[in-house]
Design a protein around this ligand. Structure first.
Ligand code: PLP
Length: 389
């Protein structure tokens, strides 16, 4: 990389004057933790998704944990999930003493293969399914819900990547027993750290709400503002500390209003990549036949056409001043899951093959057209220089 070349980071948030004002407003209000802003964020988010209940949480990890707990997942229950995901999706299953049952992904996307899920569910009981909409491309929800219903399993969507894309008119992640969104720093809207759990059932919502804050049966917000004694509450279960503070909720409310604008920009960048890289035979482009959020743009290298491996490809991008990433190193390769469940790399061949070939390119609203063009030129040059002759 020449000293004059500006480095293009893999991700960068878009935060402007409105976000600054929102945070200042909360700082000056005298109420920093969960209160009125979080309540409004929940209402606005629920309305946006067209769901009756939205519960603001400190992370999507917390939301997934709460969702499974509220839906009754118990120790030794089995939860089907693909290994092609982030650690959070499976660790929350273990938090409850339940076990992940890994199901491979389909070859065309990065999402759970519903035919493989059908076979697994026929072979062993499952109490829940957690489809992960990797990169924001929607899972085959209708088929997955159908399989879950046949086996009496609940569905918790890991929608950490998919906001605010719609599938068949509905926000992806909003159509199952529960869905959980992430507002982590690199996500499609951000509060730095944060998440939202959505669901339709009032009892599930109530349980998640109570467990979000120590298992206390009424919001602390109301307790401190009440003119009467604020020690008047009951602890009905050993809950967690998973609330989203107002400082972050205020950021979230502004970002939510900008979600469509951000999504349009991601779509524009994805279209640019798809057009500019279409004739590179060394690349398999991500699926683009359905609406999606484009949280990630994951290329799969056709290694048989290249004289270099994926890690060298990434190093060469780095030499050109371009940050990139890998989504994901599958969980069945991680020591904890490999050892606990006696798994081998070849047990999930599509996940393994996809991992070896995947490179995620930068995609975010703050990425300039000139930077997208520079990335395309660099990717094309690497392919050209290292193709097998
Ligand atoms: C697929 C997936 N699920 C869950 C999470 C957890 O999100 P959070 O960082 O908000 O806990 C992530 C985070 O990157 C993710 O990528």
């Amino acid at each position: 990389m020449s000293p004059n070349t500006e480095f293009i980071p893999f991700a960068r948030p878009v935060l402007g004057a409105e976000e600054e004002q929102a945070v200042l407003r909360v700082m000056r209000s005298g109420w920093l933790t969960t209160g009125r802003e979080a309540q409004l964020f929940e209402q606005e988010f629920a309305e946006y998704c067209g769901v009756p209940h939205a519960i603001a949480v400190s992370s999507a990890t917390a939301g997934l944990h709460l969702a499974l707990e509220a839906l009754g997942i118990q120790p030794s229950d089995q939860v089907a999930v693909s290994p092609y995901t982030f650690a959070a999706s499976a660790e929350v299953i273990r938090y409850l003493g339940a076990d992940p049952v890994f199901v491979d992904i389909e070859p065309q996307s990065f999402n759970i293969d519903h035919d493989a899920l059908r076979r697994v569910a026929a072979r062993q009981p499952i109490q829940a399914v957690m489809p992960v909409h990797v990169a924001g491309y929607p899972c085959r929800n209708a088929e997955i819900r159908d399989i879950a219903a046949q086996h009496g399993a609940v569905v918790v969507e890991d929608a950490a990547h998919s906001f605010p894309a719609r599938d068949d008119g509905a926000i992806i992640g909003s159509q199952s027993d529960a869905g959980v969104f992430s507002f982590y720093a690199t996500k499609t809207i951000t509060t730095g750290e944060g998440g939202m759990l959505v669901c339709t059932d009032a009892e599930v919502s109530e349980r998640a709400r109570v467990m979000r804050l120590h298992g206390i049966d009424r919001p602390v917000w109301n307790r401190y503002r009440a003119p009467t004694a604020n020690h008047d509450y009951e602890v009905i279960a050993p809950g967690y500390k998973y609330n989203l503070p107002d400082l972050l909720a205020a950021l979230g409310r502004v970002q939510l209003r900008r979600a469509e604008e951000f999504h349009k920009r991601r779509l524009h960048i994805a279209e640019h990549y798809l057009a500019a890289l279409a004739d590179c035979e060394e690349l398999q482009l991500p699926p683009h036949d359905r609406p999606q959020s484009w949280h990630l743009f994951i290329l799969r290298l056709r290694l048989e056409k290249l004289a270099i491996d994926r890690d060298t490809f990434i190093a060469l991008l780095g030499d050109a001043g371009i940050g990139s990433s890998v989504h994901y190193r599958p969980l069945h390769l991680m020591p904890y899951y490999r050892q606990r469940y006696a798994l081998s790399p070849g047990d999930f061949p599509i996940s393994l093959d996809t991992y070896r070939r995947s490179v995620s390119l930068p995609i975010y609203p703050a990425l300039r057209d000139s930077e997208v063009e520079r990335i395309c030129i660099a990717v094309r040059a690497i392919c050209r220089q290292h193709r097998v002759r």
